[in-house]
Design a protein around this ligand. Structure first.
Ligand SMILES: [Fe+2]
Ligand SMILES: [Fe+2]
Length: 227
């Protein structure tokens, strides 16, 4: 389906396909952080709302960096990025406050924490100078974005029971892996171009789940299994 799987295509073109997809992921993250900022503002948490707005702007910048990288790999790219797929996180049956918490956990605590782990590894492997610069810039911001999720969770957990999120963790984890992790994985030969070797993905996800995400969630009574 993806060009990335077609080995007759050059490594640069295959890597470009993955960075195009990343551009789309960044645009989705921008929309989701804007939404989270609005929800935080309505919940009266203006400090975290400001941080979420800054994160949304970071994500828009990341999308532009991804586009620049695609063009440096394959030349002028006229294909527009796909439209964002998921803008609202969480089941519609939840109250708006619960959806805010769901989104903060899904986006910040899970997706951004996994993204940080993958990007730190990619940063080490990158050899293409613009890939190095792009990954380094993105990972610095993603660390703050993960912290926003953990800060929202801590603030909510100080006010109320948040253990109900346990039931949603399998869905949140599966979505993060399918939508944000797997699309950044590819053949080993693409590692220097910012594509994570598939064999490393599973190990990194399991490690990050066990050492960062699961313990962080357990501190506020959310059980998330072994990952
Ligand atoms: Fe990003
Ligand atoms: Fe981010």
């Amino acid at each position: 389906m993806l060009l990335e799987h077609d080995l007759s295509v050059s490594p640069a073109a295959r890597a470009a396909q993955i960075w195009r997809h990343r551009e789309q992921i960044e645009r989705e993250a921008a929309a989701q952080f804007h939404q989270l900022a609005r929800e935080l503002a309505s919940a009266g948490n203006s400090e975290l709302a400001k941080r979420a707005t800054r994160a949304a702007l970071d994500e828009q910048r990341h999308a532009r960096r991804c586009r620049a990288l695609v063009e440096s790999l394959v030349g002028p790219d006229v294909a527009p990025a796909d439209a964002p797929r998921r803008l609202t996180l969480g089941p519609a049956t939840l109250s708006s406050r619960d959806r805010m918490l769901y989104a903060a956990v899904a986006l910040g605590c899970v997706t951004e924490s996994l993204s940080c782990a993958l990007l730190l590894e990619l940063k080490e492997a990158a050899v293409h100078p613009l890939v190095q610069a792009t990954v380094a810039e993105i990972v610095t911001d993603e660390i703050e974005h993960a912290r926003i999720g953990w800060a929202v969770l801590a603030a909510e957990a100080a006010l109320r029971d948040v253990a109900w999120l346990t039931q949603y963790l399998p869905v949140i984890a599966a979505a993060a892996i399918a939508d944000d992790v797997q699309p950044m994985a590819g053949e080993v030969e693409l590692a220097g171009l910012g594509v994570l070797p598939r064999e490393r993905v599973q190990a990194l996800v399991a490690e990050t789940w066990a050492t960062v995400i699961s313990p962080g969630l357990a501190r506020v009574g959310i059980r998330s299994g072994g990952g």
